[in-house]
Design a protein around this ligand. Sequence first.
Ligand SMILES: Nc1ncnc2c1ncn2[C@@H]1O[C@H](COP(=O)(O)OP(=O)(O)OP(=O)(O)O)[C@@H](O)[C@H]1O
Ligand SMILES: [Mg+2]
Length: 250
Amino acid sequence: MPILETKKITKHFDGVYAIDGLSVGFEEGKITGLIGPNGSGKSTLINLLTGTFPFDKGSVVFSSSEEVKELLPYEVSDYGITRTFQDVRLFEQMPVIDNILVVLTKRNVVSSLFEKHKKFHLDKAEEVLKKVNLWEKRDELAVNLSYGQRKLLEIGRILAMSDGFGNNSNIFFFDEPFAGLFPEMRKIVIGVIEHLKQQGKTVVLVEHNIDIIRELCDHVIVLDNGKLLAEGTPDEALAKREVMDAYLGE
Ligand SMILES: Nc1ncnc2c1ncn2[C@@H]1O[C@H](COP(=O)(O)OP(=O)(O)OP(=O)(O)O)[C@@H](O)[C@H]1O
Ligand SMILES: [Mg+2]
């Protein structure tokens, strides 16, 4: 059963239909790959489902039975939704470890920084930073990290959100988490996504690397021009003629 479904949602920008009457569902506890050529609407769909922009028409249905016509940014975390950004967003002027602690404590950013952190928060932050290989960098400001390390810190924040400290995220959108990463870093991200699945979380993965899609995904949704082009298991969806044509036609 889908944990989240879109019903004919539409979003246009200056006459371009970035998402065009799209109805798709994301199965609970599964990893769904969201693929399609550049500009096909993948990031826009994530933006709509995380309240970054309002949609023009249509609705979103949660398995918790609510149907909503509008998703407001501050309500999104109440629905258990969290995401990464294609262009990585962090608290740049804060140390690496504080970027994790603010997620773990679920207070507002300012009060969580002045709080004397409890030992279990510090232990958890250490565990998360070791998993994403950033423990050595814990006191560095986020802005000083390399591109790959920044992506790993964002993944670390996701990991912290999945572990239940005051945060009940259960739907995770990843927008091209592997782009620009070295192979060892890719392995870390794959490990995090597999860990989320083992915890029963729902993952939506935007990724251009088809080998990674085949390796990780249970189901694949292919977009083209904001519409559903194909869906199915990775083998089924990727074998479709129209999918190959859409990629070759780029
Ligand atoms: N904020 C915006 N303002 C204007 N147009 C936008 C905006 N965001 C997206 N678009 C347009 O919507 C369409 C879909 O873009 P989107 O970023 O969702 O594609 P994508 O599938 O994520 O592509 P990529 O693989 O390159 O990341 C494109 O035509 C894009 O130019
Ligand atoms: Mg995109």
